[in-house]
Design a protein around this ligand. Structure first.
Ligand SMILES: [Zn+2]
Length: 59
């Protein structure tokens, strides 16, 4: 199942849309580089009742 979620980069403030892999579990924490400013964000993904929550903390 392909799904997308968005987060706000903690460095440049851009809204970033990313595909999320729900097969990875309902709670995922991973680091991803912002495609706009190339700074790492620590992403937190939570899935509950098919609702995807994604937010970022600056690394
Ligand atoms: Zn950024």
């Amino acid at each position: 199942m392909d799904q997308e979620a968005e987060y706000t980069c903690g460095h440049c403030g851009e809204t970033i849309v990313v595909p999320v892999d729900l097969s990875g579990g309902e709670r995922q924490d991973y680091v991803e580089d912002c495609p706009v400013c190339c700074s790492p964000n620590l992403l937190h993904l939570r899935v509950e009742d098919d609702q995807v929550d994604l937010w970022a903390e600056p690394e």
